[in-house]
Ligand binder design. Structure first.
Ligand code: NOJ
Length: 886
């Protein structure tokens, strides 16, 4: 044991519970909710999977990027490689995350910027609809277009890596705080939207980030520190506990699509999964993501989600964000500590090389070139034109905001996506509006924020119409077209009389207004949600309940009691309780618009007046919150240890749960089922045809990987890594260098004092020899045969009504066998502009993965022997056609 080895052990901060268990990667351990006799026999457990897989030079779609990355990384010094992996610290530079630069090679430090619906903190940029509204259009054209436009927005601002899109949370909990950032609680729908948006972003030269991997389904307890701030005395973040089958078939499913689409980056999550932190969970990162799914890009931590040094590197983390241990601590688990750990051999050289390779390969894959990165033309920390380029240090005052307008013509997309993602839940014939004589708009949710559209930081308040959620997934509105202004503009054009009252509590005036003759009352109500660091009126991210805010329910009931033509418009981040009024005959129409972004009012007018075709709901509308069978964990249930959230319902969330427990006609059957939505016309489905395709039988993957490549030499003399004398130290900035070249003896207090790397790390972690391939593995999302098309399904959709309209046929499948959902979504298409009387053929394809189940024993996808039925129709409960798969 050299003194060098000793000091590195001090730097390796260890908290992972799974580390001393003797399992290697070749054993393909399965996650099981059964309790393990490891550190705590009562807790769900995540098995260790080591070593961390290195890139595959032959991976489809990555070969060229690999070669370029190899050429680049081979020329780097160790501190330069470390610079790629470690953020410069919170507010160290202009983006929400920046890694160190490599000036010698002409690489400016990569800029990582939120988020899923636009570019956070930048002026003159577009506020797109939230993911959930975008999803409700069921339009792949719009999703790809969204991706491209988001990509361009980021590219033109100088962003290298966009921190989005999101498919986790998936939306298990109907009131989960960040469900809106993703697409839908259905993994299939979510996966396709996710992949389409990623493809679009990356086609514009920006790396997309699939987040959050995995199980971040609620805000409360996601970070122990944040939870303590809310008065919960817990020492560790919560653990989301799920079994291996549910993980593969539900929560990880869209992420597999992301890998298949070639996504460049993943973000690991704050909370633990099966009692191992997301950013040091070797089963999740090494095992499922990099081995089984063959992910070739890099994994970055969520902000402050890294809790250990060497062990996170061994578990598959490639980049730490924002680089400091906690915001502005000036300390890092990596940076100089990673340099040291590589020099003394705790982190094998091949691992740091692989980290650098993955980051640079993602960069090259999207078409970026070194020396040619667009300028970062904004600062996340101020909108002032001049200010410190290094905000945390307050140094280097210069022009940091160039106020570049990156909006192009995205407003057209936003308006169309907001309209096509608006769902008509009820319409007694009042819609589309035709020059109504008198429109009376009521509700705060129709009007402006009294402090301006960006009046609350990160949109964290309830004031005026809800067009976005709050938190890091928000952006600055360049303007916000309120429903009040847009409907008024249309009313004036039509010669309608128009009045609005935007105060929910001015009942005296409201009742007088809506009681007047000929009043078409349009009542607005909302329910917001967001990220856990902001508490909006008692909602600490997650919604406390499923009721409308600001007495919206009472408002609707009171108005519809006196007005016989009450149109309800809902801006909500998921389902709300509508049971008390939805079937009141005076409620003549109900619309859900989610959160439509900057063109909110215009999108709504396009639907209210029938200028655009509406969408279909991407979640179930149950009668009551309790009927969903799940809820976010509200109490710390494990003393001051990590709260435990067991996903005991497995796959049975949203419609899978309702279909099993509340069939049609039962008391708790949903009011509006998943996939439902009215359109302007009526459609008939006929002529279902199933063609079985001739594909090779599925072969589990065999063979071995190459040995881990090592790219270049490095000195083992600590003196070569001390802070260079010609660099000025910036306060709180994270560097790759060491403070001292002395090995020090203070390490003796460390419990790992004296251990070698092999003793200190879990078995196999330092092994760079060729590894057995996982049977379900393959580059680009797993065994390539999973993507074979095994059935082609066609059906005819006919417009039987009298107006041109879009139909959204949906295909559902039952896998058969015990314990399986009644049916799951496996195909859909938005068929646009079908003329009255016209028929169109829709064609949907089933891949092998679509008809398979995850087998926990063979650790592979299998087509079970049970009869499989498919249905085609207009929603999950309105399925006109069916057939058994031959
Ligand atoms: C935390 C959020 O969870 C993540 O989604 C976001 O990208 C980072 N903060 C950076 O703002």
């Amino acid at each position: 044991m050299t003194p060098l080895t000793i000091i590195l052990l001090l730097t390796a901060v260890i908290t992972c519970q799974a580390f001393n268990l003797k399992t290697t990667r070749a054993d393909f351990p399965k996650i099981n909710l059964q309790r393990h006799n490891g550190t705590d026999p009562n807790l769900a457990y995540s098995p260790p999977v080591y070593p961390s897989p290195w890139m595959d030079p032959e991976a489809n779609g990555w070969q060229e990027a690999y070669a370029k990355a190899r050429d680049f990384v081979s020329q780097l010094t160790l501190p330069e490689k470390v610079n790629l992996t470690t953020g410069v610290g919170w507010m160290g530079e202009r983006c929400v995350g920046n890694v160190g630069s490599i000036p010698r090679m002409g690489l400016r430090g990569l800029c990582m910027q939120d988020g899923p619906l636009g570019i956070r903190f930048k002026d003159y940029a577009t506020a797109f609809p939230v993911g959930m509204t975008a999803a409700a259009s069921w339009s792949r054209n719009l999703w790809r277009d969204r991706g491209k436009r988001l990509g361009r927005t980021h590219y033109q601002s100088g962003v290298d890596v966009q921190l989005g899109p999101a498919a986790g949370p998936l939306g298990r909990n109907p009131t989960g705080g960040r469900n809106w950032e993703g697409f839908s609680v259905d993994p299939y729908l979510s996966g396709i939207a996710f992949a389409d948006v990623i493809t679009g972003i990356q086609s514009e030269g920006v790396v997309a980030t699939a987040k959050h991997w995995l199980g971040n389904e609620q805000e409360r307890f996601r970070q122990a520190g944040e939870a303590r701030g809310y008065g919960f005395n817990i020492s560790e973040s919560m653990s989301t506990n799920m079994d291996d089958k549910t993980l593969h078939e539900v929560y990880a499913w869209p992420f597999q699509d992301a890998v298949h689409a070639g996504v460049g980056a993943f973000m690991c999550s704050y909370q633990q999964l099966n009692n191992s932190y997301g950013c040091q969970n070797s089963k999740l990162m090494n095992g499922i993501l990099k081995d089984e799914y063959g992910f070739q890009g890099f994994v970055m931590s969520d902000w402050q989600a890294q809790h250990a040094g060497v062990s996170t590197a061994a578990a598959g983390l490639d980049m730490t964000m924002p680089g400091d241990t906690t915001f502005n601590s000036g300390l890092s688990f990596w940076g100089g500590n990673l340099t040291l750990a590589v020099v003394n051999g705790t982190v094998p050289e091949w691992r740091i090389d692989d980290m650098a390779m993955r980051i640079m390969a993602a960069f090259f894959k999207v078409g970026r070139t070194v020396g040619n990165q667009p300028e970062i033309n904004f600062s996340s920390w101020t909108q002032d034109t001049f200010g410190p380029a290094n905000m945390a240090a307050g140094e280097n005052i210069e022009q940091i905001n160039y106020h570049v307008d990156v909006r192009e013509d995205h407003a057209y997309h936003v308006r169309e996506s907001g309209a096509k993602g608006t769902v008509i839940l009820k319409n007694n014939g009042v819609l589309p509006l035709k020059k109504p004589k008198f429109i009376a708009v009521v509700g705060e949710d129709a009007g402006p924020n009294s402090h301006g559209p960006n009046g609350c930081s990160d949109r964290g308040c309830a004031d005026g119409t809800l067009a976005m959620g709050w938190g890091s997934g928000s952006v600055e509105f360049p303007y916000l077209v309120t429903p009040d202004s847009a409907i008024q503009a249309q009313a004036l054009q039509d010669g309608s009389r128009y009045e609005s009252i935007l105060d929910n509590y001015d009942w005296e005036k409201i009742s007088q207004l809506v009681a007047r003759p000929n009043a078409t009352a349009i009542v607005f109500a909302y329910a917001g949600a967001g990220e856990g660091y902001i508490n909006v009126e008692g909602n600490e991210g997650d919604r406390q309940n499923m009721t409308l805010w600001r007495s919206g329910n009472e408002l609707i009931k009171n108005i519809s009691a006196i007005n016989p033509n009450t149109v309800v418009v809902l801006h909500t981040m998921g389902p709300v309780e509508v049971d008390e009024w939805y079937d009141n005959p005076n409620v003549t129409a109900i619309l859900w618009a989610g959160a439509p972004g900057q063109e909110s009012g215009n999108s709504l007018v396009d639907i209210l007046y029938g200028k655009q075709s509406p969408g279909r709901t991407v979640f179930t509308w149950g009668r009551a919150h309790e009927d969903y069978g799940v809820d976010w964990l509200r109490e710390a249930n494990n003393g001051n240890g990590a709260p435990q959230d067991d996903f005991e319902e497995g796959a049975f969330i949203d419609y899978r749960h309702f279909d099993r427990d509340y069939p049609p006609g039962s008391e708790k059957a949903p009011i509006y089922e998943f996939g439902y939505g009215l359109s302007w016309s009526t459609f008939d489905f006929s002529n279902l045809q199933v063609e079985k395709r001739n594909v090779q039988p599925y072969k589990p993957t065999t063979g071995q990987t190459i040995a881990a490549p090592v790219l270049g030499n490095f000195s083992t003399d600590l003196a070569d890594y001390t802070f260079p004398s010609d660099v000025r130290y910036l306060y709180q900035f994270i560097y790759p260098w060491l403070n001292t070249s002395s090995s020090g003896e203070e390490a003796s207090a460390d419990p790992h004092y004296g251990q070698t790397a092999e003793e200190f790390l879990p078995p196999g972690a330092t092994d760079g020899s060729p590894q057995l391939r996982h049977p379900a593995s393959g580059p680009n999302g797993g065994n390539s045969q999973l993507w074979d098309i095994v059935y082609t399904i066609t059906a005819t959709v006919t417009n039987t009504g009298s107006v041109m309209d879009d139909a959204i046929p949906q295909l559902y499948l039952s896998h058969g066998g015990e314990g399986e959902p009644v049916r799951v979504l496996r195909g859909f298409e938005r068929v646009e502009r079908i003329n009255p009387g016209e028929s169109r053929t829709v064609r949907m394809e089933l891949t092998r993965r679509d008809i398979s189940n995850w087998d926990t024993v063979s650790q592979n996808w299998v087509v079970t022997p049970f009869e499989k039925t498919i249905w085609v129709g207009s929603s999950s409960r309105n399925l006109a056609l069916s057939s058994v798969l031959p």
